[in-house]
Design a protein around this ligand. Sequence first.
Ligand SMILES: NC(=O)c1ccc[n+]([C@@H]2O[C@H](COP(=O)([O-])OP(=O)(O)OC[C@H]3O[C@@H](n4cnc5c(N)ncnc54)[C@H](OP(=O)(O)O)[C@@H]3O)[C@@H](O)[C@H]2O)c1
Length: 168
Amino acid sequence: MPKLLHLIVACAENRTIGRERKLPWRIPEDLAYFQAETVGKIIVLGRICFETWPRVTFDGRRPIVITRDRSLARPGVHVAGSLAEALALAETLPGEIMICGGERIYRETLALAPTRALRLHLTSVHAEVAGDTFMPEWRHLAWREVSRRESADANWRYTFFVLDGGGR
Ligand SMILES: NC(=O)c1ccc[n+]([C@@H]2O[C@H](COP(=O)([O-])OP(=O)(O)OC[C@H]3O[C@@H](n4cnc5c(N)ncnc54)[C@H](OP(=O)(O)O)[C@@H]3O)[C@@H](O)[C@H]2O)c1
């Protein structure tokens, strides 16, 4: 049986996740949650996410970068040319698989849902936010809520959800 795929994302009400290669908000509690949830795990991410996360290899994280640029490989950093190649490699490594975006990687992972078990760690940011990168629609899939926790800071209201879906 292949491993459970964990997707982790913070997403606005209008599904914005990024703007100009950055997060469109600064939410320290969510950053801390993201860091804690990814420590020591296999991190599957796109080339832009990799370039904008210089400390991705800290705390035992093992990135698999999806890109055409094989020259990005170095000790502790794997490179794959496609999501399929990244997931095949991830099956051979110990530990959980965290799918960390961006947009196309989330889309292709969600498309595996009919046969592949998924767990979505969703920080729902309760605002409409301008941006240029979006979480593909996920709500048409059947999800079972594992947990939810509401929170807020001075600027944002948000809810941490864990949702299980996909699989036969
Ligand atoms: N809010 C959140 O939780 C969250 C999470 C992730 C990202 N973001 C935001 O999203 C933005 C970055 O995401 P992005 O979607 O623009 O870029 P990305 O996925 O990080 O990088 C895009 C590049 O990755 C490679 N790639 C991505 N998917 C691929 C696939 N399925 N097959 C083959 N290659 C693939 C290609 O690299 P090559 O061109 O090198 O071949 C492509 O040009 C930033 O603004 C970031 O802050 C937010």
